[in-house]
Design a protein around this ligand. Structure first.
Ligand SMILES: *[C@@H]1O[C@H](CO)[C@@H](O)[C@H](O)[C@H]1NC(C)=O
Ligand SMILES: *[C@@H]1O[C@H](CO)[C@@H](O)[C@H](O)[C@H]1NC(C)=O
Ligand SMILES: *[C@@H]1O[C@H](CO)[C@@H](O)[C@H](O)[C@H]1NC(C)=O
Ligand SMILES: *[C@@H]1O[C@H](CO)[C@@H](O)[C@H](O)[C@H]1NC(C)=O
Length: 475
């Protein structure tokens, strides 16, 4: 099997994972990577620190603060996260975990002069954004959960309500679409004045869900009504480079129907990215759009806090998250994947890092290391390429970083209990000069592990049971 494969692929490189782990070792299998067969471009991986989670990082003692920032963003020692999703606040103050707005004063009419104010903090998110930037993060997704209350049918930032002026939602106070677009542009300007360039802008969060915190309802058709105003407003403000996103639905099914409505309304070409969460319905295949797609929010909201890689295959286990990321990237065409919050207090797995605000105790879950296996080496602009032949229990994918000196990244997740020897043959013109390999399992976090590049281009290594090894081939 090895010999004939080798002859067929004599002009390619082979990457073999074959360190013997004796009785548990399974027969070596062959993965075929073809860099000439390309899929979606990757924008990156990230999370949010909305609703004052960012302030938890702001308020940590210096050494712990640096440690947390390194774990999230450092491309040498941490996860190398590349996208930060900031909440655009709609609250009048900062009680509890509320995000205060840049426009608290009620405008007397849609054409009145708005009294925008900037507090230089944005609920701690400006600090985290600036820090992220120091690690090389360039993708900042600003996302509003609601328009200011006085622009809405229910005159409240909470409990759903619609933006006044979208189809079927007329208000005595007038049509607030333009005023809302101006407000979003102003938020971007405040960040620009602080040296942080917003790259993606979203005006809805979970518009299919009414809840007691900031929320605003919208169909895809109503979203399109607003996009037709926001798009030229960004253009007039010299902000055409900012990608408009829609619609951060609660689940993949709602995102699918929103996409159909956005297309029917003729605004697909005014959008940059289709965004969805996966709470109410999970991935069920690529959304039917030519636009990039990001999964922008998901987490295990209920499970008891765990830092384990593998405990019982539960929703908070790191290994479970490695499988979720594989599914997003390989089966659902995602160009971006964002966890819900990076940090939080309390006993659930909503966050990747648990911070106790009183004791300043910091606990890092393996979920962040599941991300790291992808996000440290698959950099923004990378292209997913074909990786076939993984046996049951093994999830393999491959990504080619942009540029002549770009590396080829091959994440191989083994969810089975036995150690797996694997041969990866790389075709399509990529020739590696060196290889490194990085492993996460119950006892390790992106630790260096063995992989040997032979003279004929074959790399040998192994993927132990319930572990994740990412191979990085450089030219
Ligand atoms: C403008 O907003 C700020 C902050 O909310 C407030 O302190 C100030 O009184 C407002 N000015 C006017 C003229 O409403
Ligand atoms: C990332 O971590 C490395 C290794 O610890 C360190 O040398 C580097 O300064 C860190 N990068 C940043 C931007 O802090
Ligand atoms: C946009 O850019 C053009 C050309 O550089 C400039 O003339 C114009 O004033 C800018 N408009 C805004 C709103 O910044
Ligand atoms: C995957 O997404 C890209 C845009 O990033 C799109 O052009 C392509 O058609 C999508 N593929 C599938 C199978 O949906």
């Amino acid at each position: 099997m090895h010999l004939s494969s080798f002859l067929l692929l004599a002009t390619t490189i082979s990457l073999t994972l074959a360190a013997p782990e004796t009785h548990l070792q399974k027969r070596a299998v062959t993965l075929t990577v073809d860099v000439s067969k390309t899929y979606q471009t990757i924008d990156g991986f990230g999370f949010s620190e909305a609703f004052q989670r960012a302030n938890q990082i702001v308020n940590l003692p210096a050494a712990k603060q640096r440690m947390v920032l390194d774990v999230f963003f450092n491309t040498t020692s941490g996860a190398g996260m590349s996208i930060l999703r900031n909440g655009i606040g709609s609250s009048s103050d900062s009680r509890s975990d509320l995000m205060n707005s840049i426009l608290v004063t009620k405008m007397s009419s849609p054409s009145a002069t708005p009294n925008y104010t900037w507090d230089g903090k944005d609920s701690g998110q400006l600090f985290v954004s600036k820090e992220a930037q120091k690690y090389g993060v360039k993708t900042f997704y600003a996302n509003a959960w609601s328009a200011p209350p006085f622009m809405k049918t229910n005159n409240n930032e909470n409990n759903g309500g619609y933006l006044c002026g979208v189809s079927g939602q007329n208000c005595a106070s007038g049509d607030w679409k333009q005023a809302y677009a101006n407000y979003l542009v102003q938020y971007v300007r405040f960040y620009e004045s602080e040296g942080v360039k917003i790259t993606h802008l979203g005006f809805l969060n979970e518009p299919d869900f009414t809840t007691s915190y900031a929320s605003m309802l919208s169909s895809g058709t109503q979203a399109a009504d607003f996009i037709k105003v926001l798009y030229p407003t960004l253009k007039a403000a010299n902000m055409s480079h900012i990608a408009i996103t829609c619609c951060d639905s609660t689940g993949w099914n709602d995102a699918g129907s929103k996409v159909s409505q956005l297309k029917a309304a003729g605004v697909e070409n005014q959008l940059g990215v289709i965004t969805s969460h996966t709470y109410t319905s999970n991935f069920n295949g690529p959304l039917k759009t030519s636009l990039k797609v990001w999964q922008t929010e998901y987490s295990d909201l209920n499970g008891g806090w765990t830092t384990a890689w593998y405990q019982n295959g539960g929703a908070g286990d790191g290994m479970t998250w490695a499988s979720i990321l594989h599914n997003a990237l390989v089966n659902n065409n995602c160009s971006g994947y964002l966890y819900w919050v990076g940090t939080q207090w309390g006993n659930t797995n909503e966050k990747m890092i648990k911070i106790d605000d009183t004791t300043k105790d910091v606990q890092i879950s393996k979920r962040v290391w599941a991300f790291a296996q992808y996000s440290r080496y698959i950099r923004p602009g990378a292209m997913r390429v074909a990786a076939t032949g993984a046996p049951n229990g093994v999830s393999a994918s491959a990504f080619l970083n942009e540029g002549v000196s770009g590396s080829l990244v091959v994440p191989v997740l083994n969810t089975g209990t036995g150690s797996q020897a694997i041969t990866v043959k790389v075709g399509g013109g990529f020739v590696g000069a060196s290889v490194t390999a990085w492993i996460t399992d119950n006892s390790r976090e992106m630790a260096k592990t063995d992989a040997v590049l032979a003279a004929d281009g074959t790399v040998t290594g192994t993927v132990p049971g319930r572990s994740f090894v990412t191979f990085v081939l450089t030219k």
